[in-house]
Design a protein. Sequence first.
Length: 256
Amino acid sequence: MKKHTKTVCFFYSVYLCAHFMAALAFSVQYKDSLSKARAGLITTDHGRIETPIFMPVGTIGSVKAVTQRQLHEEVKAQIILGNTYHVFSLSGQRKISEEGVIFKSHIDGSKHVFTPEKVMDIQRSIGGDIIMAFDECPPGASEYAYAKNSLELTKSWLTRCFTQFNNTPDKYNFTQNLFPIVQGGTYSDLRKASCEFVASKNATGNAIGGLSVGEPTEKMYEICALCCENLPLDKPRYLMGVGTPWNILEAIGMGI
């Protein structure tokens, strides 16, 4: 079997494992009667993904601590998260503006500029089935004013992401999909506003970002539930950055 991996956020890309069809489609297969949990099926040009699902993370080109055989035969990964670059970890070496982000490489100190347009182009070239929007992820303890300004920047960048994405062709003869990301820190009104803005883009799927970044666990659950209540029911929801088993199970019960 041929294998293809997708790429996703500040930015990530997501990769699958092969066949050829049309653009991403999602259908809910089952709903739990005692919670908001649901089982779904995502179909992309490269294959099907049964949800809910945990995505193994590939950093610098590989999933660490497992071999390719284990990833395929034992983990049976249907989808892989490609951690293209995460500027959040470079807070001391970055400068954020309306235009984008200027930062120094942690490898050789060279200067780089990321804009929404450039990030879309890079992720298209990498070959992600699912491409993530360029956003800012504020720390969990951010004050309201910072979270609000950060959200406005993320919204502006998202509009530019969609403009660039819609004005450039898919690569490698398969359909690529852009997922917007909900932000807004730990503030309910900002999260609701972000959900509304994200939903207005009518993307094939949506992501919830900015959680598990230092906020209390109960606050993470509260915001996750709120986002699930305010995002479209007929689209997949990608919960970014949450990886502990008990957190994942709680989130599934909320509708992830």
